[in-house]
Design a protein around this ligand. Structure first.
Ligand code: CA
Ligand code: CA
Ligand code: CA
Length: 258
């Protein structure tokens, strides 16, 4: 019995050895997985981990910004400034625009080089023939012949032609020398401009008027404006006429002919 058991043991041993030799594996199966195992092992040995392929992200389309057209602003109509009614009426006629009644140093003598500037605020030219300029005592003819003062033009009237040498008068201005002098008092006096029909076109005065003046007029300013020697009285702007003394400003230096 003991020999039988020993025999069986040897038989099993040799049979198993033979089987292993012929199959070389306990775990032979039909799957060919050797390559996979070796590949992983080789990579591991080299220490260079195979980069794990990152899944390519499915590109999410970037939402396009849809430009919503901005609403076209409703254009606010420009506010057209309402023209402010001017309180400075420019008369549509001739005016006594500037008066140089107190001759300054270096500008000649009294009354030879006093002068008066006339401005044509009309839209049309005016012929001065037959017109007169008067002070508190006398009236003088401006010109006995045709002399046209253009629209927007200036005329300078004086007693003596030497006046032109004291001032730079623009070429476009008309220069008139009276045949007989007027004498403009420095404290107070007046001027009246008359047309060929002897109608008063404009008048003004400076200082306090006197009712004893031959040409006294109830509409004279009492008092009128006045300026220092060498200065002039001038409408600002040219042609301003509200029939008040405020139409005139103290002008220095004076501006004959402009
Ligand atoms: Ca004078
Ligand atoms: Ca006078
Ligand atoms: Ca002037």
């Amino acid at each position: 019995m003991k020999k039988i058991t020993l025999f069986l043991a040897f038989f099993v041993f040799f049979a198993t050895a033979f089987w292993i030799r012929t199959t070389k594996s306990f775990f032979n199966d039909t799957e060919k997985i050797t390559g996979n195992v070796l590949s992983v092992a080789t990579n591991w040995v080299s220490g260079t981990p195979t980069p794990t392929t990152q899944p390519t992200p499915i590109s999410t389309p970037t939402p396009q910004l849809t430009l919503t057209p901005s609403p076209t602003p409703i254009s606010t109509p420009e506010l057209t400034p309402t023209p402010t009614p001017t309180s400075v009426p420019i008369v549509n006629r001739l005016v006594i625009n500037e008066v140089y009644y107190d001759v300054g140093s270096g500008k000649g003598s009294e009354p030879a080089n006093e002068w008066v500037e006339i401005y044509n605020g009309n839209s049309q030219s005016v012929d001065l023939q037959g017109w007169q300029l008067c002070d508190n005592q006398d009236c003088r003819s401006i010109t006995t012949s045709s002399l046209v003062l253009n629209s927007g033009g200036f005329a300078v009237i004086t007693n003596n032609e030497s006046t032109w040498g004291y001032w730079a008068i623009p070429d476009g201005a008309i220069k008139i020398v009276l045949g007989s002098s007027l004498s403009l008092a420095n404290v107070a006096d007046m001027l009246i401009l008359k047309d060929k029909d002897n109608s008063i076109i404009d008048q003004m005065n400076w200082g306090t008027p006197s009712s004893s003046w031959p040409n006294y007029n109830v509409n004279l300013w009492n008092p009128g404006p006045s300026v220092a020697v060498g200065h002039s009285l001038e409408r600002e702007p040219a042609g301003k006429d509200t029939d008040t003394a405020a139409d005139f400003v103290d002008r220095y230096p004076p501006t004959p002919g402009s």
